[in-house]
Design a protein around this ligand. Structure first.
Ligand SMILES: [Zn+2]
Length: 317
């Protein structure tokens, strides 16, 4: 039997047909076009999977189930998407609608949880029972696995490291709160702080750079750019503080850093490790490895397939 993994994003739907060993047999993506409404999105998922199955000489009848990662607050038990701002969904019965369209068992979960499961199954987290994955991109997403179980928590969102409060920081977060880690340490926040520095007249190697990305700030810091170093140092310090606190709370065996900013590799991981170790001090009684994610954009698809496999999609059709 085969599994379908779907990574539903605000801009793109990525999907793959995956075997039970975690190998992607076929994958593809289409634009989400969320503005056309939820039903249209469901039909686009169906059409994409149909095409991928056809390429492999398969049909929906060959699927054991489909897993779908969704960017928002998802109640996996009921299959209800409580809120997905990028899709414009609120209290949307995603699993029921997907089951109706695909006619296979479906399981839905938050996209950060799904990516974390992907890295544990086939990526940097293989062999670890308890780990934290943090995805740093436009925002900060996180997934927490303890004793091989993804933690969804009583409220359904598990760990939301991006909204940990950094008390003395006052920027407004898109969640409506103030002082969230995401407003200081996401790629968006790094860029914003850097631009504020430029606007205040700080000199920098990137002063005349038209298309500025957070990754360029990281690279400029590595080249000794004073403003870039200052901005990055601040972001990394706050991130390390949040990682230290969650580590002291749950004691993970491993921390995985993913997302766009993790592509900067050791430029970001090395200072992050240094600060994390300093915060943990004597309490780091065993080594706590902090490594880059390995699956890149495939983590969501592979994790969604794993969800379908592991939860066995045991539900009424
Ligand atoms: Zn927030």
């Amino acid at each position: 039997m085969y599994l379908a993994g779907v990574d539903l994003g605000g801009s793109y739907i990525k999907a793959g047909i995956v075997d039970s060993g975690g190998k992607i047999l076929a994958k593809g993506q289409v634009a989400t076009m969320a503005d056309q409404g939820a039903t249209a999105v469901i039909l686009r998922i169906k059409a994409l999977l149909e095409r991928l199955l056809w390429e492999q000489g398969l049909t929906f009848a060959d699927l054991q189930g489909a897993g779908v990662g969704i960017p928002g607050s998802v109640d996996t038990d009921s299959g209800l998407v409580k809120l997905a701002p990028n899709l414009g969904w609120r209290d949307y019965p995603a699993r029921a609608e997907l089951v109706k369209a695909l006619k296979v068992p479906v399981i839905v979960d938050n996209d950060a949880h799904v990516a974390t499961l992907g890295e544990k199954w086939q990526g940097a987290g293989r062999g670890f029972a308890s780990l934290l994955m943090v995805t740093i991109g436009t925002g900060i997403g996180s997934g927490l696995i303890i004793n091989n179980e993804i933690q969804r928590g009583h409220f359904g969102f598990g760990a939301e490291l991006g909204h940990y409060k950094i008390a003395h920081e006052k920027r407004r977060c898109h969640c409506g709160g103030r002082g969230c880690l995401e407003t200081v340490a996401s790629a968006t926040a790094i860029l914003r702080t850097f631009r504020e520095g430029l606007a205040c007249g700080c000199s920098s190697l990137l002063k005349d750079s038209p298309a500025l990305e957070a990754r360029q700030v990281v690279e400029a810091a590595a080249q000794g750019d004073v403003l870039a170093r200052r901005v990055l140092e601040r972001a990394v310090r706050h991130l390390a503080l949040a990682l230290a606190n969650i580590s002291l709370t749950i004691g993970p065996e491993l921390i995985i850093i993913g997302g766009g900013l993790a592509q900067a590799g050791e430029l970001i991981l090395e200072p992050l490790r240094k600060h994390l170790q300093a915060y943990l001090g004597v309490w780091q009684v065993k080594p706590l490895p902090l490594v880059a994610a390995q699956l890149g954009n495939d983590a969501g698809v592979i994790g969604a397939a794993y969800l379908a496999l592991s939860e066995n999609c045991n539900q009424d059709m």
